[in-house]
Ligand binder design. Structure first.
Ligand code: NAP
Length: 332
């Protein structure tokens, strides 16, 4: 250790290290006084507060809520580095007011998350999870009558896809859709042409799309964007895919539309109030395919995210500009 600067890291990253043969935290451990959260359960608010005392840097995950109280209570803090692209778990205003940069990891997870978006789109449309359960539970053997209407779904190829949020992942989803011969519509905050995407207003996108993919960041402006009214505007028999953040969609309204058959299916990687369990209204529906927030979960991508979050953290500790800073615009 060459510095007296202290860093709290809220994950050992041991699983990544053992699977990849490389410890992404090595440069941090070599250069700073690292305190690493190693308990199996995630730290709560009080535990984070006490562990952060006297720390100059914080390297955290999306499951750590970094609120205003926490930021204000830690007078030495110079940098918050999250191993994620989304930073809705961090109070941006509180960090910016104190001049603390927030590091994040856009770019390195774009293609991996777009892959999962397509996986969920295909799985929901073609009832892959339902079919899997049917075979495993013995349903196929006990009812072997293969019928023309058995497990019929909807076509992805040649249909219309509406992408909400044309950032890195939204654009990567659009590129994949071209290979499936889809007509691609898109709506996003910032105007301007996007290759292969027809820009439309949100109501038109909802009304005309066979598939709607949510790829927008969660912010105060987008929380609840796909509410009951937006869902009611969606084309009957369409499919909703969300790999962005749960808070963007009204889960209760979505569950109702799916249960009533107004929407054909949904593929969901994210939920309001994660983690969720079998008691969740969406979990009771056969026409929903769910994954536990694993959009960026390939070994290669998670390693790149971990490495970038370490680089961001070290830059902030040393007073250098972060490689990827989520609140750069606030800091000037
Ligand atoms: P990105 O390139 O930064 O794109 C962010 C998108 O959100 C852009 O479309 C941007 O609009 C829009 N946006 C940001 N702030 C907004 C605001 N306040 N109001 C309206 N629109 C806003 O990020 P990305 O890499 O594509 O990732 C998109 C989101 O996916 C992330 O924020 C994250 O929450 C989620 N994600 C989830 C997983 C997972 O594991 N499921 C993995 C990675 C990312 P403009 O570009 O039009 O300005």
């Amino acid at each position: 250790m060459s510095s007296q600067l202290r860093v709290l890291v809220t994950d050992t990253m041991e699983d990544l290290s053992s699977r990849s043969g490389q410890d992404p935290l090595k440069p941090l451990k070599a250069n700073y006084d690292c305190q690493i959260w190693s308990k199996p359960e995630r730290p709560g608010k009080a535990e984070l507060q006490s562990a952060l005392e006297g720390c100059h840097g914080l390297l955290c995950l999306i499951t750590d809520r970094i609120d205003s109280d926490l930021i204000q209570s830690c007078s030495e803090l110079r940098v918050i580095s999250s191993c994620s692209v989304g930073v809705d778990h961090i109070d941006r205003e509180a960090a910016s007011t104190r001049g603390i940069p927030i590091g994040h990891t856009p770019g390195v997870l774009t293609e991996t998350t777009a892959d999962l978006t397509f996986a969920l789109m295909l799985a929901a449309a073609r009832r892959v999870a339902e079919g899997d359960t049917f075979v495993r539970s013995g349903g196929w053997k006990s009812d072997p009558n293969w019928g023309l209407a058995s497990f019929v779904g909807v076509d992805v190829f040649g249909s219309t896809l509406g992408i909400i949020g044309l950032g890195g992942i939204g654009r990567a989803v659009a590129r994949r859709a071209a290979g499936f011969g889809m007509r691609v519509m898109g709506w996003s905050r910032t105007p301007g042409p996007v290759a292969g995407v027809e820009r439309v207003e949100l109501p038109e996108l909802l009304n005309q799309s066979d598939f709607v993919s949510i790829n927008i960041a969660l912010a105060s402006e987008t929380r609840g964007l796909i509410d009951r009214e937006a869902i009611s505007r969606m084309k009957p028999g369409s499919v909703l895919v969300n790999t962005a953040r749960g808070g963007i969609v009204d889960d209760q309204a979505l569950a109702q539309a799916l249960a009533e058959g107004r929407l054909a299916a949904a593929g969901l990687d994210v939920f309001a109030g994660e983690p969720i369990g079998p008691e969740h209204p969406l979990a009771a529906l056969d026409n929903v395919v769910m994954t536990p927030h694993i959009g960026s979960a390939s070994l290669k991508t998670r390693m790149r995210m971990a490495e970038l979050s370490v680089e961001n953290c070290m830059a902030g500790l040393e007073g250098r500009p972060l490689l990827r800073c989520a609140n750069q615009a606030d800091l000037g």
